[in-house]
Design a protein around this ligand. Structure first.
Ligand SMILES: [Zn+2]
Length: 298
């Protein structure tokens, strides 16, 4: 069996695939709780994998995770997980074997979305606890010179804005992500309100929720319109927990569709993910089989 794991800021999703299948055969999800320490996380991950693989070692394995990941599988920095220079691949090899790779979660998701649509140039944006983006150029993941291409969550959109998990002020995700919305509401009301509830209140026009969410959608829409124009992609795909709320997502999509730069021959598809469960693990199954061979490889 092949094993794919998506380590998110909030949840970790583990999936196994039969060797001749592209569909998930079984999966488990648990809370990442990275603040409890990496060793505790690894224990929970190992026990989930033992259950799913029935004690066997995987044929190939792939892990995608939040944060910048270099070609040696080191997580250089993940503000959302609190990991810095973590040699993740080195730590996984004794558990799962040599045939594995580590990739950024948004890059993996972008790869899955581009492969399934058979498009050359695509950006995948995840709107969740944080905000991230993966870029596929000429059907390949674009990682950038410092393995941090697409880190739009930490681009500054309001210099004196709210403090971000990276320590700076006014990053996109401090304003427009799930945690960003919750923190802004906490600052104003002193109340801890779940993001899903904030979006519901906003849709009902209740202040300050409506104002905060409306502003977030405009800032996000503006930045993604610029992304579409800078990269000149065929398709931009939105995914992640926040896209379950149509009110928020629709405002962002409408802004992009209305405002991207028109050339006579230019049409950009603004779409939602087709993978409701997890596009990161689908990207990883394509990536590991491209590298090591097997069904689904190109
Ligand atoms: Zn930041």
């Amino acid at each position: 069996m092949d094993l794919c794991i998506d380590i998110g800021a909030t949840k970790t999703f583990v999936a196994v695939f039969e060797e001749n299948e592209e569909k998930i055969s079984s999966s488990e999800q648990f809370l990442t709780e990275s603040s409890e320490g990496f060793d505790r996380f690894l224990e929970r991950l190992e026990s989930a994998c033992i259950r799913l693989l029935k004690g066997e070692k995987p044929r190939f394995w792939g892990v995608c995770t939040a944060g910048a990941v270099n070609k040696d599988g080191v997580v250089l920095w993940s503000p959302n997980l609190g990991w810095k220079n973590l040699p993740l691949k080195e730590l996984m090899i004794p558990i799962f074997g040599e045939k594995g790779i580590i990739e950024n979660d948004c890059n993996a998701a972008a790869y899955a979305e581009a492969r399934v649509r058979n498009v050359e140039n695509l950006a995948y944006v995840t709107l969740s606890t944080g905000i991230g983006m993966g870029i596929v150029v000429n059907k390949k993941i674009y990682q950038g010179s410092h393995f941090s291409a697409g880190e739009i969550g930490h681009t500054i959109v309001e210099p004196n804005g709210p403090v971000c998990s990276c320590g700076r002020r006014g990053c996109l995700q401090a304003i427009a992500s799930g945690r960003g919305l919750e923190n802004q509401i906490f600052e104003i009301t002193g109340q801890k309100v779940d993001c899903a509830v904030i979006l519901d209140y906003a849709q009902s026009g209740i202040e300050p929720y409506h104002g905060i969410v409306r502003k977030a959608s405009l800032i996000l829409g503006k930045l993604l319109t610029n992304v579409v124009d800078i990269l000149d992609v065929d398709t931009i795909v939105l995914g992640g927990g926040l896209t379950k709320n149509e009110y928020y997502t629709n405002m962002v999509v409408e802004f992009i569709v209305k405002n991207y730069y028109r050339l006579p021959t230019k049409t950009v598809n603004v779409e939602r993910t087709i993978y409701q469960l997890n596009s990161g693990v689908v990207g990883m199954i394509f990536l590991i089989r491209d590298l090591f061979g097997g069904v689904g490889a190109c």
